[in-house]
Design a protein around this ligand. Sequence first.
Ligand SMILES: *[C@@H]1O[C@H](CO)[C@@H](O)[C@H](O)[C@H]1NC(C)=O
Ligand SMILES: *[C@@H]1O[C@H](CO)[C@@H](O)[C@H](O)[C@H]1NC(C)=O
Ligand SMILES: *[C@@H]1O[C@H](CO)[C@@H](O)[C@H](O)[C@H]1NC(C)=O
Ligand SMILES: *[C@@H]1O[C@H](CO)[C@@H](O)[C@H](O)[C@H]1NC(C)=O
Length: 409
Amino acid sequence: MPLPSTPLHLLLLFLAAVSSGRLPGAASKSTLEPCASSTACPALLSYTLYAELRLAEVAVLFAADPLAILAANAIDYAVPDAASRILPAGLSLRVPVPCACSNGTRRTSPVRYVSRHGDTLASVASRVYGGLTAPEWIRESSGIINADDVVDAGTALLVPLHCACFGGVDSWNGVPAVYLTYVVAKGDTVPAIAKRYRTTATDVMSVNDLATTADVAAGDIVVLPLPACSSSFPTSTSDHGLAVANGTYAVTADRCVQCSCGPAGNLDLFCVPAPPLADAACSRMQCGNSSMVLGDFTLVMTAAGCRVTSCGYGGYANGTILTALTTTLKPQCPGPHQFPPLVAPPTSSFFETYLGPSPAPMPSQGGADPTMAPTGSPDAVAAGAPTTVRHLGELTGVFALCLVVGMMW
Ligand SMILES: *[C@@H]1O[C@H](CO)[C@@H](O)[C@H](O)[C@H]1NC(C)=O
Ligand SMILES: *[C@@H]1O[C@H](CO)[C@@H](O)[C@H](O)[C@H]1NC(C)=O
Ligand SMILES: *[C@@H]1O[C@H](CO)[C@@H](O)[C@H](O)[C@H]1NC(C)=O
Ligand SMILES: *[C@@H]1O[C@H](CO)[C@@H](O)[C@H](O)[C@H]1NC(C)=O
């Protein structure tokens, strides 16, 4: 029977080629970080949805907290029912993972994936996990001894994923960094990747040991240092080592505390009580016996400069939110704190989301004295999401529309 050679058929072939990342048989390169200590460090994975998936399903794939995924993408995580939101295929997300150490190489602790009918080790690695793992890794971790690539439906596979930390520092410029693992897509170039992640081609080449800017091919794995705010919580805290990439958020302390980084100024982690979430019972986050809660600060002009007293977050220890009042002297009083802009979750109504998004406001933080509280609270910022974000979204939408129109032909 002759193969139908309709545009739809070609388009599907094209999509298959794009999603598989590289031609079969081509050897791909990946940046592996050697490691000795078993201490996990924070890392990000760049993951492109292979199908329309609920946020909860994406979270299960990576054994991650759905809200943590939204926060790491500066998507409003306080919207109702966030985990059951349907996310469109092709959406690219940053997934925060603890990056562990196994057999001398940085990789995540294996996540559990229950195979479905038709899965092969290769398809799980390249399609389901977008090339963030390798068939051999799954085989090794899952203890599969037969040479067969096909796995029976219902088999529980253990899937370790690429990740890197490199000490939480971008050695090129000495800036604290979270490393994003990125699977090179068809048509990607080093300068384009560097530009997209606001770094330089030289930095990308240096971190990944690339000889030239032409040294990447689809399916290769590179790691990208993203400027981040680091923390210095004691080792006894469960969120010890927390680092948040510039322009994004993290939720910690059993979803009671929200920490953000940037968008402007120093890379100082800024933590406030998280917006009220249905399933979180949070204690009041006061600093000592002061009237200040997490994130509050007072400013006093003195002859020597501006005395800033702030109530900061010190980590989550054994169910207790640690806080500390600190006083610093600055030459000038800082303005109100600006939060990174948040966008509304992309939904299954793909076009509505991308063609005219109106980011849902976050519940107000409340409780803080207006003279002390940062005035740029997330709800204020979310309402005025920058137009650049919106324009990018529109472009993506138009592109998707073209694809869909193409498919219908
Ligand atoms: C560790 O690596 C060696 C080869 O480098 C491999 O033979 C072995 O199976 C690996 N062990 C685990 C637990 O991954
Ligand atoms: C953080 O991101 C903002 C834009 O979101 C940018 O203007 C700023 O320069 C970045 N800071 C660093 C240290 O990269
Ligand atoms: C608590 O308040 C008392 C007096 O009201 C003060 O002397 C003490 O220093 C305060 N402690 C802290 C930790 O702020
Ligand atoms: C944490 O709490 C448990 C019981 O509440 C206690 O046994 C344990 O010693 C505590 N650990 C630390 C590090 O405080």
